[in-house]
Every structure is written in C-alpha cells, then in structure tokens.
Design a protein around this ligand. Structure first.
Ligand code: NAD
Ligand code: DAU
Length: 357
C-alpha cells in the first residue's frame, strides 16, 4: 500500500518551468508522490533539480511522451490521481526552423497522455485532474491596445503556437467528449533561473557576460508580458488544487515591456554588476533580421485568476530581473554546461549567418 495521499505525474519537469514547479510541489506536499517524466531533450537538465533529487516523494523517469507504452506502464505502476503536463518543445525559433518535433511532441505527445489518462481513469474519474500547461501565444498577436482574455478566439501564428493551440483544443475535446476532468492555463513569458539560454533573457545575459553581440530581432518594438517563473509555479499549484474542472485560466504578470526597453534595462544592470563603464553592454546591441512571422504584442488579463482563486504575482519585475541576473552571474558551471556541445551548433545556425539590419 502506498503511503502517499496523491500520486501526480509531472511531464517536462527537468525543463525551466517544470523544475521550478517540482521544487515547489515536492517541498510543499511531502504527502504527494511526484513522478517527473522527461525525455531530457537539449532543454531538459537534471542539474535543475539537484536540490530535490533525493527527496522521498520525488521520482525521476526518463521517457518520451510520444511512446504510448511508456505512458501505459507508468500509469499502471503508479495509479496517478493527477497529471500536470508541461513537456513540450518550447522555443519559437526552433519551431520555425524544424516544425516536426513540435507537431509530434506537442500534439501527438499530448494526445498520448490524454489517452493514457482516460484509459486509466475510465471507471472512476472522481477526483482526477488532467492539467495542461499552455501559452498565451495561442491567442495570436495584439495591436497597441487590448489584452488576451480566456474568451479571446485562438489565432496561433507560429508552428510552436499552432502546436500548443492544437493540444489545447484536444484537451478540451477530451473533456467535452469523454468527460475527462481537465484544466488549462495559458501563461505569458516567464523569466528566472534555470532557463535555457536560447530564450531572450538568459541568452542576452550570457552574451553580455561574454562581450558578444546582442541580436535584437527587427526594430525591437515587439512587446512581451513578463512573469517570474516561481509565480507561474504558484499559479499552477493554485489552479491544480482550487481551479474548476473544465476551466481555463490566464496567467500573466501585468508587466509589459518592449524588447528594446527591457534589453536596455538589462544592459544598465549588467554594467553595474560587472563594474563596466556605463553604456558598455548597450554597445553590444545589434539589430538583426526579424523572426519570421514575429508576433507584435502579447498581454494577458489575469483578472479571472485573481478574482476566482486569489492569485497575484508576488515579485516586482525590477527586483526579479536583478535576482535573475545575479543567478546567471553566480552559476557559471550551470551556464557553461548548457552552452557547450550542441548549443554552439544551434548558435551558429540561428545567429552567426543572420543578416544585420
Ligand atoms: P523547456 O523547453 O524549458 O522544457 C521542456 C521540457 O520538456 C524539457 O525538460 C524537455 O526535456 C521535455 N520534453 C520535451 N519533449 C519531450 C518529450 N517528447 N517527452 C518527454 N519530455 C519532453 O520549456 P518551459 O519553458 O519550461 O515550458 C514548459 C511548458 O510551459 C511548455 O508546455 C510551454 O509551452 C509552456 N509555457 C512556457 C512559457 C515560457 O515562457 N517558457 C510560457 C507559457 C507556457
Ligand atoms: O508568451 C509565452 C511564450 O514565451 C512561451 O510560450 C514560449 O515557450 C517562450 O519561449 C516565450 O516565447 P517568445 O518567443 O516570446 O520568447 P523569446 O525569449 O524567444 O523571445 C522574446 C522576445 O525577444 C520576442 O519578441 C523575440 C525577441 N528576441 C528573442 C531572441 C531569442 C530577440 O529579439 N532576439 C533573440 O535572440
């Protein structure tokens, strides 16, 4: 007999957000068993979980959500009460260069998980939860005004966002058709420690540190809404426990920045931290050929989450940004490890031959 009150499968737990979520859940709920299923792609890194890897309520399983047998075996072994699904290919630029991995993992992998959950829970869905972690990018791109609401029609515009939108639709379809107890959240851009340095913040911190060019796509006026990753993990915890079955919740930071303004802010902070003359880091800014189909603006209205479940971001952005920069500056070993090997090849393909404008 298991001694745990609940057994929860977390997919993609060795990635950026998944590792923060697991850290929160493993420490907060010693009475839950948390099983982390992760394929360990280039983005998955067990070093992100070092501080919890020996906890008694944590188990790591290396496996691919595209393989149905892996899922069936895991469900049979652990009799999960809940699934929190984060495993995905997550980088827009990679989806533009190589869309197929996004289709197989984000869409087919999600359907495999839905099927495994449905089959395991078919005789009793009471108390079970399939929680799908999604993105604000499914809503498309905003003009200067307006915010994404839970009711905003879907309009995905990159292979990444289209694959996430497709998975959201399938999750809702399984709820409607088979009564699978689902929840979905759509979150804005996360920032914080343990993010792979292909995404804007860690990439630019790494480049500033190494005096490398800062490749700003287009004119840098695209807008993103930034949320501290720990606040995203807190929101997932609240929604998993208190959100209504069948509902969608938007998660955001109420914190919009034009890329170029954010980059200047980072440069200012980095000059101080690295004791370089003011303006040194900004001198690395290089405008390069725009991302294909680059979405102009994302901005989330997270009122529903605040009004219904009482969640709000806990950290002011300026403080979060400093904390994040400090983390990347003091975790050289982590950064060196993830930027060796295949990273160099990716960097070469993505940036070295890219035209400047
Ligand atoms: P990430 O790329 O850092 O991590 C993804 C994880 O999934 C990695 O550990 C990887 O090894 C694993 N994975 C990939 N393919 C797999 C497969 N086939 N089988 C098993 N594991 C696999 O991503 P992230 O930024 O942590 O994002 C996590 C989730 O949150 C994704 O679903 C993403 O769409 C969503 N999301 C991300 C953000 C953001 O700003 N990063 C914002 C909103 C939503
Ligand atoms: O909105 C949520 C999404 O945020 C998540 O679903 C995605 O998984 C996550 O990757 C992120 O997508 P973005 O495309 O917004 O993030 P990224 O860090 O790649 O880029 C942020 C902005 O910075 C975007 O407007 C593109 C720009 N950019 C990015 C890179 C990597 C640059 O100008 N130069 C760069 O080198």
């Amino acid at each position: 007999m298991s001694t745990f009150d609940k057994k929860i499968l977390v997919t993609g737990g060795a990635g950026f957000i998944g590792s923060h979520l697991l850290r929160l859940l493993v420490n907060k709920y010693p009475n839950y068993q948390l099983v982390n299923l992760d394929k360990l792609t280039y983005a998955g890194n067990l070093a992100n979980l070092k501080d919890i890897e020996n906890k008694e309520n944590y188990v790591f399983v290396k496996g691919d959500i595209r393989e149905t047998q892996v899922l069936d075996d895991l469900f049979a072994q652990y009799q999960f009460d809940g699934v929190i699904h984060l495993a995905a290919e997550s980088h827009v630029d990679r989806s533009i260069a190589h869309p197929m991995e996004f289709i197989t993992t984000n869409i087919i992998g999600t359907v495999n998980l839905l099927n495994a959950s449905r089959s395991a829970w078919k005789d009793n869905m009471e108390g079970k939860i399939f929680y799908h972690v999604s993105t604000d990018e499914v809503y498309g791109s905003l003009g200067k005004e307006g915010l994404f609401l839970e009711t905003t029609p879907y309009d995905p515009r990159s292979p990444y966002s289209a694959s996430k939108a497709s998975s959201d639709h399938l999750v809702r379809a399984y709820n409607h058709t088979y009564k699978l107890p689902i929840k979905i959240s759509n979150c804005s851009n996360n920032y914080g420690s343990y993010q792979f340095p292909e995404k804007l913040l860690p990439l630019f911190i790494h480049n500033i540190k190494n005096n490398k060019a800062l490749p700003v796509y287009g004119d840098g006026t695209n807008v993103r809404d930034w949320l501290w990753v720990v606040d995203h993990a807190r929101a997932i915890d609240v929604i998993f426990h208190e959100g209504k079955i069948g509902e969608t919740y938007n998660i955001g930071g109420w914190n919009e920045w034009r890329n170029i303004d954010l980059i200047h802010k980072m440069c200012e902070i980095m000059d101080k931290k690295l004791e370089r003359p003011e303006g040194t880091s900004a001198g690395l800014i290089t405008f390069v050929k725009d991302r294909a189909g680059h979405d102009a603006r994302y901005a989330i209205d997270a009122t529903k989450l605040k009004d219904d479940l009482g969640w709000e971001p806990s950290l002011q952005f300026e403080e979060g940004l400093e904390k994040t920069i400090d983390w990347y500056l003091s975790n050289n070993e982590w950064l060196d490890n993830v930027t060796s090997g295949d990273y160099q090849k990716y960097y070469q393909e993505q940036y070295v031959k890219r035209e400047t404008v």
